[in-house]
Design a protein around this ligand. Structure first.
Ligand SMILES: C[S@@+](CC[C@H](N)C(=O)[O-])C[C@H]1O[C@@H](n2cnc3c(N)ncnc32)[C@H](O)[C@@H]1O
Length: 335
C-alpha cells in the first residue's frame, strides 16, 4: 500500500495524470467511499513487501449482473409509517415481518401501556443500534425499513442501510495473508459492514468455480444468497438455485476477513424490500465485545458443518485447507 500511496500522491494530482491510473488506484477507490470521512479504511503491511493484488477493485455496494433478476419498481412495497416513531411503536409492516412468537411475552415490549413488536435493534441510549441478543442467538433474518418506506433515514430500523460506522484496517497477518481489524473497540451486537461483490447467477458461480478448480486455486470468495431458498416456495426466484456474491475481483474490506473456529463476527441476512429476498444483504455483526485491534473473524463453515467425519480421514484431509486460527477449540481445517 505504501507504494500505491506514493504513486497516488506523486501522480494522480497532476493535471496530466492518466484517468485510467486513478481508476485503478486502491487509494482512490477507498477514498471515494461515502463512509471515508467518518470511518476510513486503511491498509498496512508490516510483515512483507506485498501489496494488494492490483487487479482487485474496492467497491462500496454490490454490482448486480445483468442476468440477475431484479424486481420491477411496481412490485416494491415499504411501510407507510407517518414518522420514525411509528416504526418504533406502531404497526410498522417491516418490523411485522420479523419472526415473533405472539405468545412470547419477551417478544412484545410493553411501552406506555401499549404492546409493540420489538425492532431487531435496541433503540435507546448507549445501546442504540445494537442488535438484540435474541437475534444474535437465533440468527433470524433482519427486516429493515428501506428506500420504499415513508420513514426517514434516521428511522431506528435502518442500521445496515445507513452503512458502516466503524473504521477498518486491512493488515498483513503473519501466516494467513491479509486480515481485517478495527482500530476501535466494537461492542457485541454492533453492525460492522456488509459483504459486497458481484451478484451473479448460480450458473455463473459454477462456471467460475470450475475455472478456479482447473487453476488449482483454493481461495474462495463466493457466498450463496440462500437464506430464503426453498425448493417448495411459490416464488420461482426462491425455488431456483440461489444467486451468489463473488468478492474475489471486486469487493469491500470484509472480503479480507479470515476464518476462525471461535469467531467474533457472524453474518446475518438483512432484507429491505421483500421482493429482494433472493438478493438479500450479508451483514456482519459482532457476536462478542471485540477489543480494539483484535483481528475480526467469522466461521466460514457454520460450526464445521460437514467437516466432522472428513477431518479424521487422511484421504480427505490431504485436499482440505489447514486452519491456522489458533483458537483453543480449532477444528484443524477450514474446509
Ligand atoms: C476470504 S479469504 C480471506 C482473506 C485472505 N487472507 C487474503 O489474503 O485474501 C480466504 C482465504 O484466506 C486464508 N485463510 C482464512 N482464514 C484462515 C485460517 N483460519 N487459517 C488458514 N488460512 C486462512 C485461506 O487461504 C482462505 O482460502
Amino acid at each position: 500500500m505504501q507504494a500505491a500511496q506514493r504513486e497516488h500522491f506523486h501522480n494522480h494530482g497532476r493535471p496530466d495524470a492518466d484517468p485510467h491510473d486513478k481508476n485503478n488506484c486502491h487509494w482512490c477507490q477507498i477514498r471515494a467511499f461515502r463512509t471515508h470521512h467518518d470511518s476510513p479504511i486503511s491498509i498496512v503491511n508490516k510483515e512483507t513487501n506485498d501489496a494488494l493484488n492490483p487487479k482487485f477493485r474496492f467497491i462500496e455496494r454490490s454490482i448486480i449482473h445483468d442476468d440477475v433478476p431484479v424486481p420491477e419498481a411496481s412490485f416494491r412495497a415499504g411501510c407507510n409509517c407517518d414518522d420514525d416513531k411509528q416504526c418504533m411503536y406502531g404497526g410498522c409492516q417491516c418490523v411485522g415481518e420479523m419472526i415473533h412468537d405472539e405468545n412470547d411475552e419477551e417478544d412484545i415490549e410493553q411501552t406506555s401501556g401499549r404492546r409493540r413488536r420489538r425492532l431487531a435493534y435496541h433503540t435507546r441510549a448507549a445501546k442504540a443500534e445494537v442488535l438484540r441478543s435474541e437475534f444474535l442467538l437465533s440468527r433470524d433474518p433482519i427486516y429493515e425499513c428501506h428506500e420504499g418506506c415513508s420513514c426517514s433515514m434516521d428511522c431506528p430500523n435502518r442500521v445496515v442501510q445507513r452503512g458502516r460506522t466503524v473504521p477498518l484496517q486491512i493488515f498483513r497477518t503473519l501466516d494467513r495473508g491479509w486480515g481485517v481489524r478495527c482500530p476501535l473497540p466494537i461492542r457485541k451486537g454492533q453492525f460492522v459492514d456488509c459483504y459486497v461483490g458481484e451478484v451473479i447467477t448460480s450458473e455463473e458461480a459454477n462456471r467460475r468455480r470450475e475455472i478456479a478448480t482447473m487453476a488449482k486455486k483454493k481461495e474462495v470468495y463466493m457466498f450463496a444468497l440462500d437464506k430464503y431458498s426453498d425448493p417448495e416456495s411459490l416464488d420461482p426466484l426462491l425455488r431456483a438455485e440461489p444467486m451468489e456474491v463473488d468478492g474475489e475481483f471486486m469487493s469491500g474490506p470484509t472480503r479480507f476477513i479470515n476464518h476462525s473456529c471461535e469467531p467474533n463476527l457472524a453474518i446475518f441476512a438483512r432484507v429491505g424490500d421483500l421482493a429482494d429476498r433472493h438478493i438479500h444483504d450479508l451483514a456482519f455483526f459482532a457476536i462478542k465485545d471485540i477489543p480494539q485491534n483484535e483481528e475480526l473473524t467469522f466461521d466460514y463453515t457454520n460450526k464445521g458443518y460437514g467437516l466432522e467425519e472428513d477431518r479424521h480421514d487422511p484421504s480427505k484431509t490431504k485436499y482440505m485447507t489447514k486452519c491456522l486460527c489458533g483458537s483453543a477449540n480449532c477444528r484443524g481445517f477450514i474446509w
